[in-house]
Design a protein around this ligand. Sequence first.
Ligand SMILES: Cc1cc2nc3c(=O)[nH]c(=O)nc-3n(C[C@H](O)[C@H](O)[C@H](O)COP(=O)(O)O)c2cc1C
Length: 151
Amino acid sequence: MLCRLLYVSRLSDAGASRITSTMQDILIVSALRNREDAITGFLLGDGERFVQVLEGPDLRVTACYERILKDARHEDVRLRLLVGIDERRFSRWSMCGLYLSDLDDTVLSPPDIGFDVGGAGAGALLQHLEGVALRHAHRLDALHERLIAAS
Ligand SMILES: Cc1cc2nc3c(=O)[nH]c(=O)nc-3n(C[C@H](O)[C@H](O)[C@H](O)COP(=O)(O)O)c2cc1C
């Protein structure tokens, strides 16, 4: 059965001290590992928080989440959504993501700057992730190719 999992977390000091390479390291491992597990998804970071959506076979997604929970690069990991699905909404990349501060202000539309992960409902977070992913899809396609090639 397919499922969708969404969580939010806070960057730990270990992750924040070198956020750009942290994000890169996470994405390189995730893009390859998730591809082997038929997992797809998207990860957004804003320098303080992560929001990630994972979609795929439920046992593999939960096994992946168990590993993510133990990762010292973030903390205060909170599961916001775990549901069975018929269709993926994030099928384009095994994993890809953006660190919002990396983006040029002119590329970034105002609603993307910071996201209220504490207050927002899971539906709103999903929609936000989907919107950002779609807006930057071409850049993310290129990044995903590089991630797979690098691994
Ligand atoms: C924010 C964040 C997101 C991550 N996303 C994934 C992911 O989608 N897939 C994955 O395999 N590992 C992901 N990881 C890395 C895992 O925590 C773990 O380091 C990796 O799966 C290797 O696990 P292993 O050393 O037990 O084999 C993520 C880590 C963090 C901090």
